[in-house]
Design a protein around this ligand. Structure first.
Ligand SMILES: *Cc1c(COP(=O)(O)O)cnc(C)c1O
Length: 231
């Protein structure tokens, strides 16, 4: 049977190969293990194999895992990557290290005011809608700068970069175009904020295209933990 440790290694090898093809260093690309819907025992297995960064999509599930695991595993870095309703922002501010899906000034303000003073600033990425699907969350490329300027005024938040979810399609030209658009927006924003270091894009099925287009953080779930059962 393939273990979580084997699959983590395979994911790392895919990252290395993709980096090489794009003349990039694999060390520039962080692997975020997306553990949503998966039990703590599987997170522990990944931890034993050396993984330290985990992503969760559902607020309550993530907070439950963090509170159960933080004493034994204080060096895990927890990333929130799901959609956020504003009434749940306090839980994110009080428990997570990163938040990838910030797309509104109102949520930024709430997170900033709710971040406990004893904690490091919350690392945030602005979620950008690069997909043609109206339903996808994220702000338009033209609105990134305005939101970035507001976030940069909030000392409780540490703006790290941009995040997006490309259209789920087998059409590589669509994905290529979307990833490239995001990378261009990132490079432009970096001219204004040179310390930005995170382009959060790429999942189990599209990590190669994402890495070819500048991704610095791929969010990999099913390729590590197996298919999800949403029952
Ligand atoms: C579930 C999820 C992932 C991981 O997707 P896989 O296809 O399982 O790798 C990455 N990013 C976000 C935002 C997700 O919701």
């Amino acid at each position: 049977m393939t273990t979580i440790s084997d699959r983590l290694l395979q994911a790392q090898q895919r990252i290395e190969l993709a980096a090489k093809k794009s003349n990039r260093e694999a060390g520039e690309i962080t692997l975020l293990a997306v553990s949503k819907t998966k039990p703590i025992s599987q997170i522990e297995a990944a931890y034993q194999a050396g993984q330290r960064k985990f992503g969760e999509n559902y607020v309550q599930e993530g907070v439950d895992k963090i509170t159960q695991m933080q004493t034994q595993y204080p060096d895990i870095e927890w990333h929130f990557i799901g959609p956020l309703q504003s009434n749940k922002s306090k839980l994110i501010a009080e428990h997570f290290d990163w938040m990838h899906t910030l797309d509104r000034d109102k949520i930024a303000q709430r997170l900033a005011s709710q971040r406990p003073s004893g904690m490091a600033p919350l690392n945030v990425c602005i979620q950008v809608n690069i997909s043609q699907e109206q339903s996808k969350s994220g702000i338009a490329i033209d609105d990134i700068e305005q939101l970035a300027d507001k976030i940069s005024q909030m000392p409780q938040l540490n703006l790290r970069g941009l995040m997006a979810i490309p259209t789920a399609t087998d059409d590589l030209t669509i994905q290529q175009h979307e990833c490239q658009q995001l990378n261009n927006a990132f490079l432009k924003l970096k001219q204004r904020y040179p310390m930005l270091d995170t382009l959060s894009i790429g999942m189990s099925n599209d990590l190669e295209i994402a890495i070819a287009n500048g991704s610095t953080m791929v969010r990999i779930g099913s390729a590590i933990f197996g298919a999800r059962d949403y029952q």
